[in-house]
Ligand binder design. Structure first.
Ligand code: ATR
Length: 301
């Protein structure tokens, strides 16, 4: 039997995934004989694929879009308390006793903030978006009893998520649409952007384009944003490609401290790696591998 440990990521689509280069760099840096591969798994095939991975001796898997919620439906998977509360998992660990599920996305976001010297305790957190990515992050800050507001294009979706988090954490989470965006921005110490705005087909769109209260003229907009964003405001966009979204650029120009999604990707991976191997990977090795792969993608364009 080969002693090479097997790991991977299941998703659909999956060809863009940076997890293989990131994890393989970490394994090789620690001298762990392991291989991490990306697998295209269609929604109907998830159960079979997870069971096959177990039979094939896999030690761990990452689970990504669109499977993070559905993976918890299988009764042969035991979720840890946080992934159970959120209802979504991104990491599976295969043990002789069974398969465990974890959610390292939210803690990845927290560690990304902390790695930029941004402490979060007691800070007012504004989360933009109410989809899957927002869900994990919002639950974490809800559970940590931060003052928390979730805003979303579709306000009802934010309200529903806020009510669910309030019910499960005892925190009093507020919610709304984008109509009071500037007041919400002024209230926040930390703003976390979780929507697809700024990437792919929305590359030229910022959250500030979504409200009538912000001018479209660049100079007017910058002057306005300067009144609501301070040098102490931290603006974190979980998008990592492009490295600086339009939203992040506007926040930086207005004087806020900005952070992109690279380190969240790295830390969610590092936490999974530690769950699988019991060893702490070198996050700088993982970050370098991600940045190199992103640069290569950029050159392909
Ligand atoms: P993810 O898992 O990446 O969070 P998702 O669950 O599909 O993906 O959620 C997408 C998020 O991006 C939602 O908050 C969505 O807002 P709606 O609930 O109103 O759809 C947001 N989003 C997507 N396209 C958007 C757009 N053009 N303008 C504003 N918000 C958008």
């Amino acid at each position: 039997m080969s002693n090479v440990q097997k790991y991977g990521v299941f998703g659909d689509p999956i060809h863009h995934s940076l997890s293989p280069v990131m994890h393989n760099a970490a394994f090789s840096n620690l001298g762990i004989p392991a291989v991490y591969e990306a697998f295209l798994v269609k929604p109907g095939d998830l159960e079979h694929a997870v069971l096959k991975a177990k039979d094939d001796g896999f030690r761990g898997l990452n689970i990504t879009i669109p499977h993070k919620e559905s993976v918890l439906k299988f009764d042969f998977i035991s979720p840890d308390p946080f992934s159970k509360m959120v209802g979504a998992a991104n990491t599976l660990r295969f043990l002789p006793t069974g398969i465990e599920a974890f959610n390292t996305d939210a803690m990845g976001a927290l560690l990304a903030l902390e790695s930029e010297n941004c402490s979060t305790d007691g800070k007012n957190i504004l989360v933009i978006g109410a989809g899957g990515a927002s869900r994990s992050i919002s639950f974490l800050f809800g559970q940590r009893q931060n003052p928390l507001k979730i805003i979303n294009r579709t306000a009802e979706k934010a309200e529903k998520l806020a009510a669910e988090i309030s019910g499960k954490t005892g925190n009093n989470v507020s919610a709304g649409g984008f109509s009071n965006l500037l007041d919400d921005v002024e209230w926040a110490d930390i703003i976390i952007q979780t929507t697809e705005l700024g990437m792919g087909k929305y590359e030229s769109v910022s959250v500030f384009d979504q409200t009538e209260s912000v001018d479209s003229d660049e100079n007017l907009r910058n002057n306005l944003l300067k009144k609501y964003l301070t040098p102490n405001t931290v603006v974190f966009d979980i998008v990592y490609n492009p490295k600086e979204t339009k939203f992040l650029k506007e926040a930086r120009t207005a004087g806020a401290k900005t952070i992109n999604g690279t380190m969240m990707l790295v830390y969610q991976g590092a936490l999974a790696f530690e769950l699988w191997t019991g060893q702490k990977p070198d996050v700088s090795v993982m970050k370098d591998a991600v940045l190199k792969a992103l640069d290569a993608k950029q050159n392909e364009k």
